[in-house]
Design a binder for this molecule. Structure first.
Ligand code: Z5A
Length: 213
């Protein structure tokens, strides 16, 4: 059985990741591919328990190092319990956020050194990486407006202020620049269908060797 493909969605708040992830998963399923959709922090029982600690409560609930460790611990559990078994049986895994979010949020956002984050990630997951990362890019004000319209209790990161979110956006664009073979920046200001078409075109171009679409 050929190993499945691992696709991650990244970007700032309200960029449309969850919406586009669902549209992509439906398109892949229509093409006869077994798809597992998942998210970070979360995606396994243990990681979902850690998620609750991270996305609710006071903005200064954790210092940056603790926050990075919690995200990384959640990621390890998610990989062991959900992602690696699915890839092994040949399923494609489509994940809302992954390790780039730790570099963007805890690195660019909270100011932890890049080497610390990359070292931590390597310690927890080795050299495992997505086959393709779709970075949905959107002006910060537009993303926060979209995310704010949604409401809910999981708004700890949304409350971190515009300068924090400006640094995140730059972080994701830098990541795409450093790893152009793995990452693709998608203009998320377009309509839902427009963004979906860009994503499908990217999948066909980048994963063509494996793609039956
Ligand atoms: N975090 C971290 O700090 N470190 C880490 O290592 C990891 C995560 C893994 C997880 O929250 C938080 O954890 C996250 C970073 C941090 N920060 N926050 N918040 P989350 O996953 O629950 O939150 P999120 O990733 O930001 O997701 P989101 O706010 O739900 O945004 P989204 O998934 O990108 O957007 P959406 O839900 O698909 O769309 C938002 C709204 O916009 C919705 O009403 C849509 O209908 C609308 N929308 C979507 N696309 C469009 C277009 N194209 N036009 C118009 N309207 C649109």
């Amino acid at each position: 059985m050929e190993r499945g493909r691992f696709i991650t969605f990244e970007g700032g708040e309200g960029a449309g990741k969850s919406t586009q992830l669902k549209m992509l998963a439906e398109a892949l399923a229509r093409a006869g591919i077994e798809v597992v959709t998942t998210r970070e922090p979360g995606g396994s029982k243990g990681a979902e328990a850690i998620r609750a600690l991270l996305v609710t409560g006071e903005v200064d609930r954790w210092d940056a190092h603790t926050e990075a460790l919690l995200h990384t611990a959640a990621r390890r559990d998610h990989l062991v319990k959900t992602i690696w078994p699915a890839l092994e049986r040949g399923a494609w895994v489509v994940c809302d956020r992954f390790a780039d979010s730790t570099l963007a949020y805890q690195g660019y956002g909270h100011g932890l050194p890049k080497d610390f984050i990359l070292g931590l990630t390597r310690l927890a997951i080795g050299d495992f990486a997505p086959d393709l990362t779709l970075i949905l890019d959107l002006p910060v004000e537009e993303g926060l407006k979209r995310a704010g319209g949604r409401g809910g209790a999981e708004d700890r990161y949304e409350r971190m202020g515009t300068p924090f979110h400006d640094r995140l956006r730059q972080g994701f664009l830098d990541i795409a620049k450093f790893e152009p073979d793995r990452c693709a920046v998608i203009d998320a200001t377009a309509s839902l269908d427009g963004v979906h078409q860009s994503i499908m075109a990217t999948i066909k171009r980048r994963l063509l060797g494996f793609c039956v679409l």
